[in-house]
Design a protein around this ligand. Sequence first.
Ligand SMILES: C[S@@+](CC[C@H](N)C(=O)[O-])C[C@H]1O[C@@H](n2cnc3c(N)ncnc32)[C@H](O)[C@@H]1O
Length: 315
Amino acid sequence: MPSSTAQVATTRPSRYIKQLISHLGPKTAADLARDGRGTITIGQGTCVLTPSGDHLGMIATARDFEALASVQDIVTRHLLRFATQEDLDVDWTAPVMGDSTQIIDPVVSDYLLTHCTPADDLLQELVIETRQATGGASEMQISQDEGAFLTMLVQMVGAHRAVEVGVFTGYSSICIARGLPSGGRLLACDVSDEWTSIARRYWERAGVADRIDLKIAPAIETLRALPAEPAIDIAFIDADKVNYPAYYEEIVQRLRPGGLVVLDNVFLGGRVLDPAYQEEHHLAMRRLNDLMVDDDRVDSVMLPVRDGVTLARRR
Ligand SMILES: C[S@@+](CC[C@H](N)C(=O)[O-])C[C@H]1O[C@@H](n2cnc3c(N)ncnc32)[C@H](O)[C@@H]1O
């Protein structure tokens, strides 16, 4: 799907969004969200409008280039018509194909990667073996900076009891287990014997196998079988996205005050921002991201780390 963005400098972004919604609303599907964002569907395309302090952000996505040009044209013409008191410069980026957005400029991302605690030889070996053994699936592995971040979070929370949903070949579980004190436990949940057999070998070599309990079963069953008391200090969710809301709910009930749940891939390659994506996992992640804002059991923050990481801390 082609998409294009425009950042329009203005002091009245919210006003323009409301005008566009009320003007185009009767002829198209248009919606104004509680947070001030507007969504307008025009033919085979959509424009999401986000108000910011000094600009109006717009993302247009459409089925093909022709439909994209039509969305850009209609939104731009109406916007310029409403801007009677200022000259707006509406400069759309060249359309890009593809269904994922880089949250961070790849150059910045590279700089971040090279400016955190490096992965040791064992983790580097695990990355290589995962690539050889699993091919394209190896992209599921968390990155080195996320791994360093996880270890640090475990240490900062002073965690003794950790839970991981989504082990794969064990990179994140090694990072979590390394942050635990002696006597600490990590409950690691996955459904794949094949992938976790690689993890088990690396846990042994990392010297953390004795603190990890691996449960091969649908994670929701493992979580529901846990005692109800709030005994979890930290949890990392990085498995099937459609079940994120259920994982979050089971975990947050069992988090001790001050405990942390860490959710990976909350941006879904930018698709959570784009209402054109309506598959079950897009809807589930969107719903969860919205729900957490209003969840008075936690304080939460969404970070532009890799594909988006949310930290929610139990009050
Ligand atoms: C993104 S990978 C995890 C990557 C891992 N955190 C790492 O650092 O390498 C997702 C994992 O979730 C597992 N998974 C998928 N559906 C699951 C389910 N219903 N219950 C438990 N695990 C599941 C997959 O087998 C896969 O290993």
